[in-house]
Design a protein. Structure first.
Length: 272
């Protein structure tokens, strides 16, 4: 099935592996652009989803939150209410729409789901659809979900102004199924895997440069931050990841399993 596209996807994987660890933002935008072109769709997003502990009994979304998003063309999805017409704010407030329940089906497994395949035709006549998708001409959205562990998932979305063929969805699923390492790096870079809390926007920028050979002073200059402020961000990043040094931080990117014991790693960082 789709032999020509499979070879194209293999080349895409090779190109993706050429990005440095510090270039997660550039890498994910490149990936989204390539896959959007392959699928013939207009836009793409990536979202890191996490499940917070406790209080799930009355929560139809079982504690899941969208912790961070990246859009290939953010302005194309922007209304007066924000990205996707403010749909993520409704998710956080638990103002449940049927579309919010689609990712909950078979959560924790690699899966695909879409608006057109998962919702009744009448849903596309509702004010919700028009306010959050129809306002920018979106006909359907295809999602590919990759779980990294029980509490963390990577979701790619593909936004189309036309019907998307099943074979195209299979191509997208194949492309994203074979790069677990990249899903892991993306989630790590936003503090959504192995971290005690998600990174702030500034911490994310600092982290990308910590993964290079830049000194803290050089990072401060690069980001137009004060040296002391930069150091505070560095310390906060170390604390969130449970490490004591840059070497400990970088080691997390060297393909440790998702269930790594953070206390054990911190102990290894202590001097003899």
């Amino acid at each position: 099935m789709f032999d020509g596209s499979r070879e194209e996807i293999h080349r895409l994987w090779d190109e993706l592996s050429d990005f440095d660890t510090s270039q997660s933002q550039e890498a994910v935008l490149s990936l989204m652009a390539s896959l959007a072109e392959l699928a013939g769709v207009e836009n793409s997003t990536w979202a890191g989803a996490i499940r917070v502990a406790g209080g799930h009994e009355r929560d139809p979304l079982r504690g899941w939150r969208v912790a961070t998003t990246v859009a290939l063309q953010p302005l194309a999805l922007q209304s007066e209410d924000g990205l996707l017409g403010g749909v993520l704010r409704l998710w956080e407030r638990r103002e449940i729409d049927p579309s919010f329940l689609l990712p909950m089906e078979e959560v924790g497994t690699f899966r695909t789901y879409s608006l057109r395949r998962g919702l009744p035709a009448d849903w596309f006549k509702t004010p919700f659809y028009q306010r959050h998708y129809g306002f920018c001409g979106i006909y359907d959205v295809i999602f590919i979900a990759f779980p990294l562990n029980d509490d963390c998932e990577s979701h790619f979305g593909f936004y189309a102004r036309h019907p998307v063929a099943d074979e195209t969805i299979a191509q997208l699923a194949y492309a994203l199924r074979g790069i677990k390492w990249f899903h892991r790096h993306l989630l790590l870079s936003h503090g959504l895997l192995m971290a005690s809390a998600p990174l702030t926007a500034t911490e994310h920028r600092v982290l990308q440069l910590l993964l290079t050979e830049m000194t803290e002073k050089r990072i401060a200059r690069e980001l137009a931050l004060g040296v002391s402020a930069t150091h505070r961000h560095v310390v906060a990043i170390y604390r969130k990841f449970g490490v004591r040094s840059r070497a400990g931080l970088i080691s997390l990117w060297l393909n440790h399993p998702a269930g790594l014991d953070m206390n054990a790693l911190a102990a290894q960082e202590q001097p003899d």
